[in-house]
Design a protein around this ligand. Sequence first.
Ligand code: SF4
Ligand code: SF4
Length: 167
Amino acid sequence: MNDVLNICLPCGLCCDGTMIGFVQLDKEEVPVIKELMDIEDANGNGFILEPCNSYCDGCTIYSKRPKQCASFKCGLLKSVDQKELDFDSAMEIIKEVKQKKIALEKKLAALKFELKSQSFYFKMLELKKLLLKKQCESTLTQNHLELLMDIEQFDNLLSKEFDLSFD
Ligand code: SF4
Ligand code: SF4
């Protein structure tokens, strides 16, 4: 097993709804993937909503996973692949992201926001929009402002290390 596969196994941040909201399926692969897992299917336009129901400490349909999953490489993975970043440093970055995500979820729970979104990714998008609206209306509290800054810092980390963002 090489380092590239090794970092994806303990990471899973693109399958668990942290960094990506959905995976688009090609029309021709919809019937095949539908046999393997529950998907969203709107008039033949199939997609998988994250957190993916095939994710359980790794992809449970790995050899038959959708094309978009098989071809996807985040910035971190590319850096390891191109030997610009070593395995241990990549694992430290993944650990940092997971810790920051837990801290954000705790703050979010304490502030009791009622969000419609299911995944962390869509929650962050929804929350960012909501907090920016509050900022425009001058109804942002200190706690809200701190949360907004935390989301922006988290977003910057994703953008810098993974080449992904909530925008
Ligand atoms: S976020 Fe990147 S390193 Fe993590 S599982 Fe996805 S592709 Fe692999
Ligand atoms: S099908 Fe597999 S690789 Fe694709 S999002 Fe789901 S768990 Fe991840």
